[in-house]
Ligand binder design. Structure first.
Ligand code: FE2
Ligand code: FE2
Length: 216
């Protein structure tokens, strides 16, 4: 098994615990509503877009730079799509800022990364792997809540981009993480991202009663 395949496998293992959604098994709908879930999503999309923008100018590899540029635009597009859905649901977003409560601990750590390999490992590769998994669960919950429009938005418009972001990270790791030292950096950055994302999930669930949280 090559380095990237090994790391991919490790991520899949680490994310396995996300598979347990007690709510769907027990048939009880979440305490939190669609509106709250989608507002949480806005914060994640904003942080993902801003992070890619922040990294782009200081990342020397042209293909990584351009991939980050695409991701920045995609996450901004997701923000607008989710915002539009919230308005359709009757939510007034005038004066709303997803950053009113500040940045997440994960974002605050991600911005400190200054090596391209660590960045693609933590951002596109790991954070997007988490996003894909969380969004799959979110789609299942949205369907259980009978909000087909929001589920379709995630399935048809958002998830294909998140898949692209993750595969971009994977391809860049395959291309650039070619030394033991870089591979170690990539592994540490990946695992730290999963750990911080998991802490956030636990905290968000405890605070809001959400059984799932959206990705980005
Ligand atoms: Fe994404
Ligand atoms: Fe996104």
């Amino acid at each position: 098994m090559g380095f990237v395949e090994g790391l991919y496998h490790e991520v899949a293992q680490a994310l396995r615990k996300l598979e347990e959604i007690p709510i769907l098994e027990s048939g009880v709908l979440p305490k939190i509503g669609v509106v709250e879930l989608l507002k949480m999503a806005l914060k994640n999309e904003m942080e993902a877009s801003q992070l890619a923008a922040l990294w782009m100018p200081s990342t020397p590899e042209i293909d990584i730079k351009l991939g980050l540029a695409r991701q920045c635009g995609d996450e901004a597009k997701h923000y607008r799509l989710i915002e539009k859905r919230l308005i359709e649901l009757g939510e007034n977003l005038e004066g709303f800022s997803p950053l009113a409560m500040g940045y997440s601990p994960l974002y605050q750590w991600l911005v400190t990364l200054d090596n391209s390999i660590e960045r693609v490992a933590a951002g596109p590769f790991a954070r997007e792997a988490i996003a894909i998994k969380r969004n799959l669960q979110l789609i299942a919950v949205l369907e259980a809540m009978e909000d087909k429009e929001s589920a379709d938005l995630y399935r048809n418009q958002i998830q294909p981009d998140e898949d692209w972001h993750h595969n971009f990270g994977l391809t860049m790791l395959r291309k650039y993480a070619t030394t033991v030292e870089l591979q170690e950096k990539a592994t540490l950055a990946t695992m730290k991202t999963i750990e911080l994302a998991d802490e956030l999930r636990t905290a968000a669930m405890a605070k809001s009663g959400a059984c799932v949280i959206p990705g980005c």
